[in-house]
Design a protein around this ligand. Structure first.
Ligand SMILES: O=C(O)C(=O)C[C@@H](O)[C@H](O)[C@H](O)COP(=O)(O)O
Length: 367
């Protein structure tokens, strides 16, 4: 199978996303032209290191490599872990021109990217995403962050990687739950502005989740193309990039309410959040109830949470609204929501009525 390349068009900070099956062994080949000295530090987590550390080591043969291995899970995106990581990178003498490799899922990518954004006021980094969620979304576009008790990703920076290497064979090491959670972000691209892609996913999603290699490469490429186009047009979310946040204002509130625990993975929160965004859009008369039902039905068929009662606990609406008020898209104290006129017809709605959102969530949660 050939390697696909998607370019993120950001002028002198443009970079390639290399996508292919079993390309980890070529990591050194991809990285070498970017290295100012033959030395990298790899930040990863225990699970990724155990499953794929040896393959990456082999791919980096001839390049001096140090590994920093962290605890897996969303709790690692904390201030405490950020402090420890920056300390270790400094102890290892990482310089501004060096490349630090984020080797893992969204947690490792976001934390490492943020550490690199501020280390010596900015050093370079590469993303080698190993989860579906990171390959189609978090490793691309330069959003880096850690979580705060007040809300998700509230401390961070825009800092673009120098390259993204997405080996779709890494997806074979994921648990079915983690794979499904990442799939929610794939579906998001169809819902934003590409109904034919959503229709394709309705037909091919099951094969993709079951391991169809070419369906995976095609979906990763298609998602990266969609994201690269939006990021290229609006790097720092002054306008249309906010569309990529479909499902996230609701989803992040649930994640925060669960204390960023394993009870709800990020992609699961996004799946539920997208269903709620479509249901709320239908309530406002923006999209048809049939569209909202179609979204719910596809995500539900993929065994993702699509109803608050699918969750291990149901948080009260008031807690969710408090977290939503901390969303980064809030302007002059008012909520901005990504809602939809149709599948493939999402749009940014400013000044959403917070009392109405609260009433909607009360109906959903019964609390
Ligand atoms: O890249 C973006 O822009 C996104 O919003 C993509 C999201 O899927 C991703 O989870 C992002 O990290 C969330 O950003 P945030 O600004 O809501 O924290």
């Amino acid at each position: 199978m050939t390697t696909e390349i998607v370019r993120v068009p950001l002028g002198d900070r443009a970079y390639d996303i290399q996508i292919g099956e079993n390309i980890l062994g070529k990591a050194g080949e991809f990285l070498s032209p970017l290295l100012k000295r033959k030395r990298v530090v790899v930040v990863t987590d225990k699970n990724v290191f155990a499953a794929q550390g040896a393959s990456l080591k082999a791919g980096l043969a001839g390049i001096e490599t140090d590994f920093i291995v962290l605890k897996p899970g969303e709790a690692t995106k904390s201030f405490d872990e950020f402090q420890k990581l920056t300390g270790r990178l400094l102890d290892l003498g990482v310089e501004r021109d060096d490349i630090v490799i984020a080797f893992g899922g969204g947690v490792i990518g976001d934390l490492t990217g943020f550490a690199c954004a501020v280390l010596r006021r900015g050093c370079r980094f590469a993303q080698i995403p190993t989860t579906l969620l990171a390959q189609v979304d978090s490793a691309v576009g330069g959003k880096t962050a850690i979580n705060a008790p007040q809300g998700k990703n509230l401390i961070g920076a825009f800092h673009q990687p120098s390259i993204v290497i997405a080996d779709t064979a890494s997806l074979n090491t994921l648990s079915p739950r983690e794979l499904r959670a990442g799939y929610a972000e794939v579906v998001k691209y169809g819902l934003i502005d590409d109904e034919p892609f959503f229709a394709w996913l309705e037909k091919q999603g099951t094969a993709l989740l079951a391991g169809d290699a070419s369906a995976r490469i095609w979906a990763v490429k298609k998602s990266c193309e969609a994201k690269a186009a939006i990021v290229g047009a609006d790097e720092q979310e002054r306008g249309k990039r906010a569309l990529l946040n479909l499902g996230h204002t609701f989803g992040h509130a649930f994640e925060a309410a669960f204390g960023y625990s394993e009870k709800l993975l990020h992609g699961e929160g996004v799946a539920l959040g997208m269903v709620l965004a479509f249901e709320y859009s239908a309530r406002l008369g923006m999209c048809s109830p049939d569209d909202a039902e179609r979204v719910k039905s596809h995500l539900g068929a993929c065994d993702l949470p699509v109803d608050v009662h699918d969750l291990p606990e149901v948080p009260p609406a008031s807690t969710l609204v408090e977290f939503m008020k901390q969303d980064k898209k809030v302007e002059h104290g008012a909520l901005t929501l990504i809602l939809a006129d149709a599948i493939g017809g999402s749009r940014i709605v400013k000044d959403a009525n917070i009392d109405d959102v609260s009433a909607f969530l009360k109906e959903k949660t019964g609390r």
